[in-house]
Design a protein around this ligand. Structure first.
Ligand code: DC
Length: 231
């Protein structure tokens, strides 16, 4: 039987990590886990319970209810993809809202939230044959992953991609506002005290500013083949 890998994909927001990770998982018939979706689901829960708002964060309330927040990824054959469920409710669309996006950095700074989600991520990874994307997958969640990729692209290019994506969905968007949001999230991700965004020493850097998705796939397929054949 072929060796099954744990592949960790970390990097800046809006670099196309999920798209890339999903394609790799499809190609290899592996499980894909979007760890950002888990932080987003917890954030959505906190917004609904009024634990986070412009007034501040109710950390006590969050910690009391954290053990009762369950997150699953359930396959939807109609779209041939997994969707995020929080306490049995499909929240895949709602976790991508602007409100969740603007509050998730704050929630992901809470150490207890991180340790609970890391534990869940490791349980899923125990099966091997997994591609997980996030910020701390190669550094904290799976420090001995078989392959670690650190993705980056210029802020302008990331903002442009987000802008085009949101426009295509018919959303009213402002390019400068998107770019400011991306830069603010980079700063928050890199500077939080716990598990900040860092390239693992043994991660391979992929700057996809000027690469098509096809070029990225052909680049990674070579690397994966070598890893699998090395046994
Ligand atoms: O990848 P994303 O934009 O959906 O991630 C949402 C947020 O969650 C982002 O602000 C960083 C945080 N995150 C994290 O802290 N650790 C991860 N492993 C994944 C995401």
């Amino acid at each position: 039987m072929k060796k099954r890998l744990i592949i960790a994909i970390d990097g800046y927001s809006s670099c196309g990590k999920s798209t890339f990770a999903k394609m790799i998982a499809k190609e290899l018939n592996y499980i894909f886990i979007d760890s950002g979706a888990m932080y987003r689901a917890v954030t959505l829960y906190c917004i609904r319970r009024d634990f986070i708002s412009d007034k501040g964060v109710n950390t006590r309330g969050i910690l009391d209810e954290l053990p009762g927040i369950n997150i699953d990824f359930i396959y939807n054959p109609d779209i041939n993809a997994h969707e995020t469920f929080m306490n049995s409710e499909n929240v895949e669309t709602e976790i991508r809202s602007l409100e969740v996006t603007s509050r998730v950095s704050r929630i992901s700074q809470i150490p207890e939230v991180r340790s609970r989600l890391v534990e869940m991520q490791r349980e899923i990874g125990a099966f091997k044959g997994i591609v997980m994307d996030g910020r701390d997958i190669g550094t904290v969640v799976f420090p001995s992953a078989d392959l670690k990729i650190f993705m980056t692209a210029s802020a302008d290019i990331r903002a442009k991609r987000r802008f085009d994506e949101m426009k295509a969905k018919g959303m009213e968007v402002d390019y400068e506002e998107i770019k400011r949001g991306i830069i603010a999230r980079d700063i928050a991700d890199e500077n939080r005290d716990i598990s900040p965004l860092r390239r693992a020493e043994d991660a391979i850097v992929l700057d996809n500013s000027r690469m098509t998705v096809e070029a990225q796939m052909s680049w990674v397929k070579d690397i994966i083949d070598k890893k699998i054949n090395a046994g």
